[in-house]
Design a protein around this ligand. Structure first.
Ligand code: B4P
Length: 186
């Protein structure tokens, strides 16, 4: 089974929902940069203070901050004997993808599969509005979608060229989507 995975897709596509379940079922380290940043905000750390306003505007937190978080977690996992991992919401732009590539080369842990979760804007917006997190109001959601198109969507081509990308339709029940993902894992 493939066990070094990356979930890609627009905000609200269900990356977090699917990643949490899959990581628990298959004992993978679930690394959600969104969750890790929200934990820093809740703890009131310096990093959290820097991230809070950026996240509230729906923009991307600086690459250096996010990379430091991911590097620390992946290095700790490798040092403790390794294991599979699932990156959710990271990388979010080409600079992050390139830095991740270098880190994984260093750790000798190449990505095995990138799952692209595709969903129409109208459904995304509805899902996020009903979730109602502090960054889930309509104007911020629209801005997050623009940021996704401009900065994150180029990763589709990047991972396609590396032969790692598989797309799934992310509309349907949580269980139906989990089955679509499971079918890709081998
Ligand atoms: P994230 O935390 O990554 O959140 P997201 O993209 O909005 O949500 P996701 O796709 O995980 O959807 P979810 O499963 O929750 O990012 C938040 C912010 O953090 C970013 O805007 C940015 O500022 C910052 N950030 C994070 N990573 C960064 C990085 N690498 N670099 C820089 N900044 C970064 O699902 C959404 C809703 O839909 C939920 O309510 C869920 O219950 C519902 N849902 C899920 N599946 C469903 C289904 N099948 N049917 C119906 N509803 C469903």
């Amino acid at each position: 089974m493939k066990q070094r995975l990356l979930f890609l897709g627009p905000p609200g596509a269900g990356k977090g929902t699917q990643a949490q379940q899959l990581a628990a079922d298959r004992q993978l380290l679930h690394l959600s940069t969104g969750d890790l940043l929200r934990a820093e905000v809740a703890a009131g750390s310096d990093l959290g203070k820097e991230a809070e306003a950026v996240m509230a505007r729906g923009e991307l937190v600086s690459d250096a901050l996010v990379l430091a978080i991911v590097r620390g977690r992946l290095e700790a996992l490798a040092a403790s004997g390794g294991g599979g991992w699932l990156l959710d919401g990271f990388p979010r732009n080409l600079a992050q993808a390139e830095a991740l590539g270098l880190l994984l080369d260093e750790l000798q842990q190449p990505i095995e599969l990138v799952v692209l979760m595709e969903l129409d804007d109208a459904v995304l917006i509805q899902r996020l509005l009903s979730r109602g997190r502090s960054d889930d109001n309509e104007s911020v959601i629209r801005h997050r979608l623009e940021v996704y198109r401009e900065q994150t969507a180029p990763l589709i081509h990047h991972y396609q060229q590396l032969g790692l990308l598989q797309a799934i339709e992310a509309n349907g029940s949580v269980d139906a989507i989990a089955e679509r993902i499971a079918a890709l894992l081998g």
